[in-house]
Structure formats: structure tokens, C-alpha cells
Design a protein around this ligand. Structure first.
Ligand code: RP5
Length: 161
């Protein structure tokens, strides 16, 4: 089970991409809002208990002064994948990226690219697939689908010339 959390409902348009790919790969997940700054008690409760509830990977997205992924990683023993969101309070996205990326030694957050929630979902699925061969097979199929989509586009482009 994957937990997708985000600092605000305004992050949902970005974070929905993690939910979509997990759904595509048939990976069960929960999704909710946990704000490091506005609901700190909820953050502590989530991070302290996620692993006891059967959560195996956390995907955390936030923007601006994006402390959510790092604080979850500080408290929880679970792997945390951070999604920097270019939010309304983000200057240009770099603030979100650096807040999530530049963690101190001992407390890693696997940071994906700006707004790259789909990649966070794929990475979470890949982690879980290490002990689930059927899921690994679905990831192989997903890669084949990406390949055939690009090859079709290449063919179309070549045909138009
Ligand atoms: C962050 O502040 C949230 O993760 C969001 O990206 C940003 C703006 O939040 P709202 O003011 O839209 O609720 O904590």
C-alpha cells in the first residue's frame, strides 16, 4: 500500500498523476492532505503510524517552503518519495525543489523532478515490485506501452515528411 500525501488541495492537479499511474499499475494507495505547517499534529500522527498501518512507501508532494516530505522522512522509517510542486506560493519552482532535495545526511528523500508525480508513482511501484513479480510484469508492460507509443509517433512524423 502506498500513501500519497500533499500539503494542500491545491497540489492535487499535480499529485493526481501519482494516483493515476498507481491505479494503472493496480497498486493500492490512499491519498489525503497533510500539511507540515498548518496541521503539524496530523503530520506527526501520520508519520509515526504509517508503517504500523501497512503503508510501505510514502509519496509526499508540496510547494514553496516544502517541508512535508523531509519531515515525514525525519519521523517515519518508510522510504519517502518527494514531489516538488510549482505552487501559488512558489517563486519559480526552485524553492520547492531545493526544500525537498537538499536533505541532511541520514534523512533521505528520493526527490523527483518538478511536478513529476507520475514518476513518483512509478518509483513507488518499482520499490513494491521487488517482492511482487506480478507487479514487476505490469511495469515491464508499461515500459513496452511507452516504447510503442513513441515508435508510433516516430512513424507518423516520418510519414508526414
Ligand atoms: C504548500 O503551500 C502546499 O503544499 C502548496 O503547494 C502550497 C500552497 O498551498 P495553498 O495556499 O494553496 O493551500 O504548503
Amino acid at each position: 500500500m502506498v500513501a500519497i500525501i500533499m500539503g494542500s488541495d491545491s497540489d492535487l492537479p499535480v499529485m493526481q498523476k501519482a494516483a493515476d499511474i498507481l491505479q494503472h499499475l493496480a497498486v493500492p494507495f490512499e491519498m489525503t492532505i497533510v500539511s507540515a505547517h498548518r496541521t503539524p499534529a496530523r503530520l506527526f500522527d501520520f508519520a509515526q503510524n504509517a508503517h504500523t498501518r501497512g503503508i510501505e512507501v510514502v509519496i509526499a508532494g508540496a510547494g514553496g517552503a516544502a517541508h512535508l516530505p523531509g519531515m515525514v522522512a525525519a519521523i517515519s522509517p518508510l522510504p519517502v518519495i518527494g514531489v516538488p510542486v510549482k505552487s501559488s506560493n512558489s517563486i519559480d519552482g526552485w524553492d520547492s525543489i531545493l526544500s525537498i532535495l537538499q536533505m541532511p545526511e541520514g534523512v533521505p528523500v528520493a526527490t523527483v523532478a518538478l511536478n513529476a508525480a507520475r514518476n513518483a508513482g512509478i518509483l513507488a511501484a518499482q520499490m513494491l515490485s521487488l517482492k511482487d513479480p506480478n507487479l514487476q510484469e505490469r511495469i515491464v508492460e508499461y515500459k513496452k506501452l511507452m516504447e510503442s507509443t513513441v515508435l508510433e509517433k516516430a512513424q507518423k512524423m516520418e510519414d508526414q515528411r
